[in-house]
Design a protein around this ligand. Structure first.
Ligand code: SF4
Length: 339
């Protein structure tokens, strides 16, 4: 075992957080936890993990479930493609793998929504395969311990950091090594205020010696964020309203929303008929996603228009919570006295 691995594993045994998925080597549970935590903090993701293993205790339960129920259970976590990919892969495992979760990295990485990091995590935690994990915490930790200035978001960076992580892993104890490296990165070597005095690697950390800690890791460029403008049309006729299903690929696919007009700026031309029906509009709110900023306005109308859209479904106002809806609409409903 390398000195690096020895130091982090010893520290991990004494300091690890007791997280529910850590007490299991069930690949299905580990997969669920990893997908939930992909864009979600541990404190927020834990209740969702517990809900999913309660509602879908086996992979067959998930595979046989209705997609709408899964999306409802996912509501509030965002990035709904993760839930759809979970369902898709569960059905694939049921149909192509006789319900048995694939037991090696090469097969696991073929699952939809599973990349190098997630496949390594499942293969090592569940099957003790020697595959090094490199998540955001590991990038930061390695870039500091070895004082590396290669940008972590470059092709060279991802290759170099993966190779370094592969050299450091203890092949006899890959599961614990991987848990340990991520845990040190997550709770000791934090982005803005790393706790060097209690860090197990402080005697070998080059960034500490070179006084470059807060300059690591290096990133080459920020992702461009696209602005989108969503005008939701809330037609209300004696407690009845219209919703529609988002069928196009991209954000919130298969979820429900009020009829929508998307524009390229805050301006919208509703036309004469809708302007006459319109009673008020909400203030504009911003919803930030990783690559998009969604500006939303809810326009309120008293009554239905003469012609309804082909995809519109008429429902009772009180039934809207039975449909999976994006967080942005959920938040709007929370502030409406009528819902
Ligand atoms: S010594 Fe400080 S900077 Fe270096 S790895 Fe530990 S916490 Fe991070």
């Amino acid at each position: 075992m390398s000195n690096f691995s020895l130091l982090i594993v010893d520290w991990y045994r004494l300091n690890k957080r007791n997280l529910p998925w850590r007490n299991s080597s069930n690949p299905y549970f580990i997969w669920l936890s990893e997908i939930i935590l992909q864009q979600t903090r541990v404190d927020q993701g834990t209740s969702y993990y517990l809900k999913f293993i309660k509602n879908y205790p086996t992979i067959l339960d998930l595979a046989n479930a209705n997609e709408q129920d899964i999306l409802n259970d996912w509501q509030g976590l965002g990035y709904y493609s993760r839930a759809r990919n979970l369902h898709f892969s569960a059905k694939l495992i049921r149909d192509e793998y006789k319900g048995q979760f694939p037991d090696n990295f090469k097969e696991i990485i073929k699952l939809k929504g599973v990349g190098q990091y997630t496949a390594s995590a499942i293969a090592s935690f569940a099957f003790n395969e020697s595959k090094a994990v490199v998540d955001g915490n590991v990038y930061r930790l390695l870039s500091r311990v070895f004082d590396i200035n290669t940008p972590i978001d470059s092709t060279k960076g991802s290759k170099d950091f993966q190779e370094l992580a592969d050299q450091l892993i203890d092949p006899l104890n890959p599961a614990e090594h991987n848990q340990a490296i991520m845990e040190v990165g997550a709770i000791v070597c934090t982005p803005k205020s790393p706790c060097c005095p209690s860090c197990p690697l402080n005697t070998i950390c080059l960034a500490k010696q070179n006084n470059t800690i807060l300059k690591r890791p290096i990133k080459q460029g920020k992702i461009k964020v696209r602005d989108r403008y969503f005008h939701y049309l809330v037609f209300d006729k004696n407690g009845r309203l219209f919703i529609e299903k988002r069928t196009e690929k991209g954000i919130w696919q298969n979820m429900y929303q009020f009829p929508l007009i998307e524009t390229t700026s805050m301006e919208v031309d509703l036309g004469k008929e809708l302007n006459e029906l319109k009673t008020s509009e909400s203030t504009t709110t911003k919803h930030i996603l990783s690559h998009q900023r969604i500006h939303t306005v809810f326009h309120h109308f008293n009554g239905f228009p003469a012609k309804k859209g082909n995809s519109w479904i008429e429902i009772d106002r009180k039934d809207i919570q039975d449909y999976p809806i994006p967080r942005v609409i959920d938040r709007y409903l929370e502030n409406q006295v009528n819902f």
